[in-house]
Design a protein. Sequence first.
Length: 487
Amino acid sequence: MDKPKFKFEMYKRLQQRIPQIYSDAKKAAEKLNIPSELKGAFGLTGAISGCPSPLRDDIEKFVAQESKKVVPLSVYVDQIRAIIKEVYGDEFDAAPVNTCEGGLWITFDTLFTPPMQGRGDNYRTRYIAPLERHIHHQAGYGRPFPPKYKDILADRGCTAGELGFYGKRQNNLDTILVPLEGAKYDVHGINYHPVPLLKNVNVESSLKKIEEVAERHQILLSGFASLGYDTPGYGYGDKDENGIPKLQKGIAQIAKKYNVPYVIDNAWGIPIIGNNIKLIDADVMIYSMDKATGSTTSGLIIGKEEVMVPIRRALGYHGNRYGTASSYGKAAYVTMDPGKEGLCGQLAALRAIKENPSILTKPIDDLYEIVVDEFSRIDERIRPYFEINKSYNSGAVEVNYEKSWEEGKLGIPIFTIEDMYSGSNLFQDGLTQMGIIPTIGYDANIFISPGLGTTDNNGQIIEERARMAVRGLVMLIEIVCEHAGIY
């Protein structure tokens, strides 16, 4: 097989060979001896909304127990608030929501958009977001600026147009996207789009650039937003002595200078043991509690009391108009309220993390050892290119292979998030062919986490199953690289 000269030729070859790649993946899976009852029922992460982990016994038991009681929902909300205040301090508050995306929506509309009422024409506002991963979430609530990014979300999601990601854009709100210094935004994938390659982000230069952009747009500036992850593959590998990403701390300082909020999307994050909003000095951090935390389906907004007051008011939590300390009633965003099961599961998960953090940290440690061991056996021609890190924030092990593309050579194929939505991400769809539920595997970065058929009822790793899933990924990467013709 001739080696392709250009990367688009490599991806074209992969597209033409998809049937053969999937056939090879199925044959390779036979060597794993996956039990028939396990095929399609276990995988590389239990932290994806479309296929969350089964509940641990302790959470299931608490939810079942509380479901038989008569308890006002505001009681559960206040108990969640109390845990957050015990951990982060009384100057912080909390608001549980039905989903993390619901939390993002209400936070952006409450804190960043201009007022709708009052005489005269509405003014516009703008918020600044680094050009990083998952921007259809934390950077998707305004119209993109500069205009070269106006179609950047076009091929993401299940639905196009106003009923897709475009429909999230808030009234008179713009998103200023700032490329990070040291990052690369090369075009990759069968669905050929730019990807953010963030391992080599230069924090000092990036913060200087962000501040320059903020100064340019200060008249319209209403806030900053970013992801809350803490791994090198997401651009947050440069940390201070407390393990806090310097990029996030720097953005918080710039936001304070302009007296606007800094909102962090930490969807794949774990409160209490993960990235710390107080040490970052951010205003709001939002979690998807059914992802890495293992709660029932719900989200959680944590933030400084000043900005949490309007958020809680919009949810109907902040007290009745005649004067009470809390409530659970009707307001603008009552559609984002979680139900009893969501609140109970979230409360149980927070208590477990606070009282026994090892229930989540131990499986991460165990999974890390498995991933390192299995990737040590991958084809020696590509073995040096993988960098593996673990994150207590995300409850995950990160596998990054950006290094394979250095020095201008064709490297391990990189698939885009657009590939994921179009069914051409071979590292995800190939695993499905093998009977293994995939994890996110785009932008030269793979997150692997426990929970989906790889842990027992107490959330602890079942080594044989976890190894089987990771080994399947290793075999698939080898197959795809062989068909890509990069050797």
